[in-house]
Design a protein around this ligand. Sequence first.
Ligand code: PSU
Ligand code: MN
Length: 311
Amino acid sequence: MKIPFDLLQIHPRVKEALALGRPVLALESTIISHGMPFPDNVSFAKKAERLVEEKDVIPATIGILDGKIHVGLADHELEILASQPAYKTGIRDLSFVMSQKLNGATTVSSTMAIAYSAGIEVFATGGIGGVHRGAETSFDVSQDIPALGVYPIIVVTAGAKAILDIPKTLEALETAGVPVVGYKTADFPAFYSRSSGNVVPYSFNTISEIVSLFLNHCLLQRSQAIVVANPVAKADEIPANKIGSIIDKALVECENKNISGKSVTPFLLKTIVEMTGGESLKTNIALALNNVKLGADISKQLLVKKKESIS
Ligand code: PSU
Ligand code: MN
């Protein structure tokens, strides 16, 4: 279901781009508020927007200010979400954050709902949420998974976060009916590392194939997202054998501190930054910017192909 358009505060330049049929790329804000420390998060958020603009695509960072849903944020608004408390807002938290007039950082699930409602078809994040390790007892499966099953947009991600159970995450995506494409890889990436050792259902070497898959998906009136798994560049990755034991240690610390629910992912990302002396933060920023660039290119080509098909 779409969020009524009049509940969305759409930034004038995003509104203009959507009205004129120009490419727009949605970006989320949990990665800013809960995924990276201040002030690196501010420079990341601004850099992401500038990279999109350099490709002649309009960036639309999504977030909630005083309970109002914003599609496209000004720099000072990005700074608020980066430096002041913002409620980590998954899809189920939208009404809570709205009714309490809070500031909210949107996760992949709520960003998808908002982007789709605004008419934006492409969204870039760092890494989607999924099935957490030990989910067979904790039942911790991200809201991102069911959301990916119901909003037909393209989501660009560096695979799934390595802190998750990746084989189970891939199974859950299949259950939700979500096409998963590896971009220039046959191996589903693991966020910090280029490969998880799990094969992707489809692997494409061109953006045009991704666009064509999405257009056919739309012709079939499918309701799911398309997940585009884009591995971090080789120069920026932390190989799986190096990050693996650090993730295991962070998971033990998470359990010892009795951290559960929505705090798990932010806690793990922060602990891994500390344990790697900042190396994982550099990789997180690099992979997210890499996704933003691909997302911008996809949104451009999508509009070109759409125009071709109607002319
Ligand atoms: N990508 C990053 N950092 C993040 C996230 C993605 O590089 O912090 C966020 C996304 O907003 C995603 C969320 O939706 O982590 C998943 O949280 P959870 O596991 O609690 O559903
Ligand atoms: Mn969870």
